[in-house]
Design a protein around this ligand. Structure first.
Ligand code: IMP
Length: 200
């Protein structure tokens, strides 16, 4: 069975990628390599950060296929913030709840008396690296709206605030199977899977 290391310690991301790739792949993440630290995300785009993470893990794991995900939320009313700073929106080391609280605070300051939802999208970039060489990069996005009321406890990050286009419930409420069909990560992974499964 082909083996893939996902360069993340985010168990939610790993669970999503493993579920989407299915039983034909053995997916592990940084929890299988406890001594190994990922480099700092110094890039200013999702692609730069995905490549930094994939290359960093690959340097310590010769021969292994390494996939890195860099992803985040862009809110139009905040000129694309939090973007690549999504994981650090409330400060370095901030948790998901603190990041959501900052987002709600920023948006409440802009909210009027009407429909207080805000156009937004999740973006994901995946970088596939072996022995330090970038083999392929893919991108995915899902459009939706941010609501100021949290809804549901599923998922992670900003899921409880994000309602994907065409739905009335947030990713925190929608079943994982639905998120894994239409998410930014699903779309980027679908393209990556097509590349992986195309004979050389
Ligand atoms: P990264 O681990 O540096 O790529 O940071 C990604 C951050 O973006 C996460 O910590 C979340 O805050 C946010 N994010 C990315 N993908 C998702 C998702 O599928 N749902 C909710 N939040 C997400």
């Amino acid at each position: 069975m082909p083996r893939l290391l996902l360069a993340t310690s985010n168990a939610h991301k790993t669970a999503e990628v493993a579920a989407m790739l299915g039983a034909g792949w053995r997916v592990e993440d940084m929890r299988a390599h406890p001594g190994l630290e990922l480099p700092e995300e110094t890039g200013v785009t999702f692609e730069e950060n995905a490549v930094i993470k994939a290359r960093g893990a690959s340097a310590a794991l010769p021969g292994l296929l390494v996939l890195a995900d860099d992803s985040g939320l862009e809110v139009d009313a905040l000129r694309g913030e939090p973007g690549v700073w999504s994981a650090r929106y409330a400060g370095a080391g901030a948790g998901d709840a603190a990041n959501r609280a900052r987002l709600k605070k920023e948006l409440r300051a802009l909210a009027g008396s009407g429909d207080d939802t805000f156009a937004a999208r999740f973006r994901c970039c995946l970088a596939l690296v072996r022995d330090g060489a970038v083999l392929h990069v893919s991108h995915g996005a899902v459009e939706g709206r941010i609501r100021l009321e949290e809804q549901g406890a599923g998922g992670f990050g900003y899921d409880a605030l994000f309602v994907p286009e065409g739905y009335n419930d947030s990713f925190g409420v929608l079943p994982a199977e639905v998120k894994n069909q239409l998410s930014h990560r699903a779309r980027a992974l679908e393209e990556m899977r097509r590349w992986l499964e195309t004979p050389a």
